[in-house]
Design a protein around this ligand. Structure first.
Ligand SMILES: Cc1cc2nc3c(=O)[nH]c(=O)nc-3n(C[C@H](O)[C@H](O)[C@H](O)COP(=O)(O)OP(=O)(O)OC[C@H]3O[C@@H](n4cnc5c(N)ncnc54)[C@H](O)[C@@H]3O)c2cc1C
Length: 250
């Protein structure tokens, strides 16, 4: 069902979406921000990043470290250099430490610290995080949409639970490094089961636990292969013992 228009609707509540929602909401209490995500739980990728410790950034970050339009990346990094990233996380209560490799991790060595800081700040700012809201379509309105007393909504966002009207939309639906639902394609049960198989249902995994999980899956795969070979052998033996009768003469 359509609601009053929100100022900003962020689609995707991963690291990028959470940060975008925080920066928008920090522009002023009067701004209403909705953060929609198709997943049932938040932050799966943050929790697995850096082997469960979340390698937040590096002490040296250059535009060459990224794929994409060089000058845009340069502008982003100039506006938000490493030092500001460190300060911003500290302002959220996440102190970072530098390791010998130059990588910066939370002092707690827990990715969950990062996730909880981001979601906690969203809560403080009144960002409405809406899970199980897989977005299938975004329609640009001709400025005739519901106004909600302010400038009219410019976007209609269709999702699993109905529609959201918004004045601005930020898309932060992520990449393909995990089998997650993408824009326009709600995550199938099979995709969700695959994610759970590899990464569990969220939580903190130490590198040894992930290795163990990977070994377990490798073992499972070998057993399935052996079973397939056995079945093939069985079929061949059955065919050998019961050769097909000679074909009827025409
Ligand atoms: C195993 C692993 C280890 C990693 N380690 C590190 C690390 O140490 N350091 C580092 O910097 N990076 C690391 N990364 C990469 C990092 O996790 C990602 O770059 C980062 O989390 C991406 O954040 P994002 O917000 O762009 O995307 P995502 O985290 O993918 O978030 C996108 C969100 O959008 C939602 N979504 C997608 N489509 C829709 C839709 N149609 N409707 C509603 N919601 C939708 C998804 O459910 C998801 O929650 C790692 C990644 C993996 C997989």
């Amino acid at each position: 069902m359509a609601e009053t228009a929100v100022d900003v609707c962020v689609v995707g509540a991963g690291a990028a979406g959470l940060a975008a929602a925080i920066f928008c909401a920090e522009q002023g209490r009067h701004l209403t921000v909705d953060l929609l995500d198709g997943a049932k739980t938040i932050g799966a990728k943050i929790l697995v990043s850096g082997g469960g410790r979340c390698n937040v950034t590096h002490d040296v970050v250059t535009p060459e470290d990224y794929v994409g339009t060089r000058h845009l990346i340069r502008n982003v990094l100039a506006a938000f250099p490493v030092q500001r990233t460190v300060e911003w996380f500290a302002s959220l209560g996440v102190d970072l430490k530098r390791e010998d490799t130059g990588k910066l991790f939370p002092v707690t060595d827990r990715a969950r610290t990062v996730l909880e800081a981001l979601t906690g700040r969203c809560r403080e700012l009144g960002v409405r995080v809406r899970l199980s809201h897989c977005v299938g379509e975004i329609v640009r309105l001709d400025n005739q949409g519901a106004s909600g007393g302010r400038s009219p909504a410019r976007f209609l966002i269709r999702h699993q639970q109905g529609v959201t009207l918004a004045r601005s939309v930020i898309l932060a639906t992520g990449g393909r490094s995990l089998p997650r639902p993408r824009l326009g394609k709600p995550g199938s049960k099979q995709e969700q089961r695959l994610t759970e198989l590899y990464f569990g249902r969220g939580g903190i995994y130490r590198i040894n636990e992930l290795r163990h999980r990977s070994e377990m899956l490798g073992l499972l795969k070998t057993q399935v292969n052996l079973m397939t070979q056995d079945l093939n052998l069985l079929f061949l033996e059955t065919l050998h013992q019961h050769p097909s009768p000679p074909e009827d003469p025409v």
